[in-house]
Design a protein around this ligand. Structure first.
Ligand code: R5P
Length: 288
């Protein structure tokens, strides 16, 4: 088994390597003067099972391209089996057409990864579970919820209600609630007026006097989760926790998340959170 890391989350790759008790393989990564990327695997991988770790987080295009180049390099070096380990799968949110003349980027990216020569994909908390089927190669879809739930359970919070910040996330929130001793579920009916702009409309369920746990796959600009938290507070929630696997944290996420509306914001390390995007209420759990 050979393990290589792309450049998007080297800290996570090191943790995974440590957990497995192996070293990350040597690989050279360079950028040409015109911005093109260069990758060279620096040991023989002929006949080997190769795992390439690369969440395709920001800058998404660079990290995706680097992953494709890594896969291609491994294929041309006669690896036996190439698994693309993609803890965060960028371009996932366009998983269907919502208007005419749009692209379905989640499928396009699946095609690119498959065509580049990967034999298997290991992905975590895909934005929607049907993306698993966009691959014509095996795709293992794993979840961050055990890590998040264990942490929450260790806090021994009482009167919990798990809240989905939108209708699309109900299955995820329900599974989360089940793991938290069958906690009750509430659902926010969110309507979007534009990309990255969330507007909260309605709450289905009761949060009055309770500790609300908002569960989402990702926090990007923080609009969805912070608008949701405001609604929950207005509806009488005593405390609001936010749980998400992927800390995308595009501006102005930090300002929104640290505005005092959250007791705690709990994420995992599928995406590295740089120091300047950290804030006191943030807890980052490791998936390794
Ligand atoms: C949307 O369907 C996703 O599950 C997230 O709720 C959304 O992408 C988060 O984006 P933002 O933090 O920018 O509102």
């Amino acid at each position: 088994l050979k393990l290589f890391s792309g450049s998007s989350n080297i800290a996570l790759s090191r943790e995974i390597a440590r957990y497995l008790g192996i070293d990350l393989g040597p690989m050279v990564r360079k950028r040409f003067a015109d911005g093109e990327l260069y990758v060279q695997i620096q040991e023989s991988i002929r006949g080997c099972d190769v795992y390439l770790i690369q969440p395709t987080c920001q800058p998404v295009n660079d990290h995706l391209m680097e992953l494709l180049i890594m896969v291609d390099a491994c294929r041309r070096a006669s690896a036996r089996q190439i698994t693309a380990v993609i803890p965060y799968y960028g371009y996932a949110r366009a998983d269907r057409k919502t208007a005419g003349r749009e692209s379905i980027t989640a499928k396009l990216v699946a095609n690119l990864i498959t065509k580049s020569g990967a034999n298997r994909v290991l992905a975590m908390d895909l934005h929607s579970s049907q993306i698993q089927g966009y691959f014509d190669i095996p795709c293992d879809h794993i979840y961050g919820s055990p890590v998040l739930v264990d942490y929450l359970a260790s806090k021994r919070l009482s009167d919990l209600v798990v809240v989905s910040p939108d209708v699309g996330g109900v299955a995820r929130a329900r599974a989360f609630a089940k793991r938290l001793n069958d906690a009750p579920l509430a659902i926010i009916d969110k309507r979007r007026q534009a990309h990255n702009v969330a507007e909260v409309m309605n709450l289905i369920g009761d949060v009055d006097g309770k500790t609300a746990v908002l569960v989402d796959d990702m926090i990007d600009t923080g609009g969805t989760i912070s608008e949701g938290a405001r609604l929950l507070r207005a509806q009488g929630a005593r405390q609001v926790y936010a749980c998400a696997t992927h800390a995308v944290f595009s501006p102005p996420a930090v300002e929104r998340l640290s505005s005092g509306v959250f007791e705690e914001v709990i994420v995992t390390n599928t995406i590295p959170v740089p120091l300047d995007r950290q804030f006191p209420q943030l807890t980052t759990l490791t998936i390794a």
